[in-house]
Write a protein of this length. Structure first.
Length: 373
């Protein structure tokens, strides 16, 4: 019978990443550093290990908890669990409640292993269900770096290679950014969002906390124009032999100079030389962000369907409420992004999403402070 154990902070800091790297499906979003990043944003990282009868570790999962009155809590997991999904049965849900002292838990996970029917059936049989209000995409693209540099370049589409060559003719300077400045990265994001009419991709708080918590696990590259101004920045989180893109922004000037091609190529070469064997683009959305999707595909990315998001709760009403709260949160954030992009937008244009200021406040409270920042 599987036994779940919650690690202390000292135990997790000493050996979590080493144990995680032994699993083939390990994810950078299950790393100790990513948990500390979430802590900086107001979550409580919790790290569980599952042991079989021979006391061998067969599964691991890092979750981020928030507590609310009456002993109710939510736990969100990115990139996990890793290992044997058969361990994620009712004993796991019971262990979560008992080890962190909650009476009722709404649990949402996003598993980043490739989707297979056996895993889907296994989670379903253990009471997990696919949520009707997802937070993220269940699709991504990956690049196999276990090839020569020439093969990597040959795997890119002809037009992508042409734009990479054009970038080399634009007096750009690309270098690893060892002492990054939050303000410069935020400015690049805001410029890109305004240009492409995108929702906020990363908040200033998230970027600042990322630089603080992930500095020893983050590979960051910047690209400057001839005047020394930042025009593109990209960074990935590395765990074991896997890397995942977590920072990516190119402003209007950078687009004119094809700076994103030069920045990405420098980043991918660094990862390959550092021993990374799989590079993950961290999701794709060909409908809402077709330009980025085309860039990733043309760069040699291969589409992958992930096992994705699943949720579970000890009470049916809590399962319904968790999905409802997330759907309301998504609508509120879309309305906020619309207001930021167009300050003159009238209230009538937003009426389909938000009916009144009181509705905003009520929905915000009911959304349990957002399941994910």
């Amino acid at each position: 019978m599987t036994r779940w154990e919650l690690l202390t902070e000292e135990e997790a800091q000493a050996g979590w990443d080493q144990a995680l790297a032994r699993f083939e499906d390990c994810s950078p979003f299950q790393s100790y550093a990513w948990g500390e990043y979430r802590r900086g944003l107001g979550w409580q990282p919790c790290r569980w290990m599952a042991f079989d009868e021979q006391e061998s570790c067969v599964a691991m999962i890092q979750g981020y908890a928030r507590r609310y009155p009456l002993g109710i809590g939510i736990v969100w997991t990115e990139g996990g669990p890793v290992g044997d999904l058969a361990a994620c049965d009712s004993t796991f849900h019971t262990a979560v409640k008992e080890t962190i002292g909650l009476r009722a838990v709404y649990y949402r996970l996003r598993c980043d292993r490739q989707r297979h029917i056996e895993d889907t059936l296994r989670l379903t049989s253990h009471g997990w269900a696919m949520p009707w209000a997802p937070l993220t995409s269940n699709y991504t693209m990956t690049i196999d770096l276990n090839v020569t540099e020439e093969a990597l370049l040959a795997g890119c589409e002809r037009n992508w290679r042409r734009n990479l060559k054009r970038s080399s003719e634009c007096s750009l300077t690309v270098r690893q950014w060892l002492c990054p400045a939050t303000e410069e990265i935020v400015e690049a994001y805001r410029s890109m969002e305004s240009l492409k009419q995108l929702d906020e991709q990363q908040s200033g708080e998230e970027i600042d906390q990322m630089l603080r918590s992930l500095k020893h696990h983050l590979i960051l590259y910047r690209c400057d124009d001839a005047q020394g101004e930042l025009v593109s920045v990209m960074g990935c989180l590395v765990t074991g032999d896997k890397a995942c893109l977590v920072i990516s922004a190119t402003n209007g000037r950078g687009r004119e100079l094809h700076a994103s091609y030069a920045t990405f190529w420098s980043l991918i070469r660094h990862c390959r030389n550092a021993g990374v064997r799989q590079f993950d683009f961290a999701g794709i959305d060909p409908v809402r962000n077709p330009g980025v999707y085309r860039f990733k595909r043309a760069a040699g990315g291969k589409p992958v369907e992930l096992l994705g998001e699943w949720d579970r709760a000890c009470r049916p009403w809590l399962l319904w409420f968790g999905n409802w709260a997330i759907s309301k949160r998504n609508r509120i954030r879309q309305a906020e992004s619309t207001l930021k992009r167009s300050p003159r937008t009238s209230i009538e244009n937003l009426s389909e999403s938000i009916k009144s200021p009181e509705d905003v406040q009520q929905s915000s409270n009911l959304a349990v402070e957002s399941v994910v920042n």
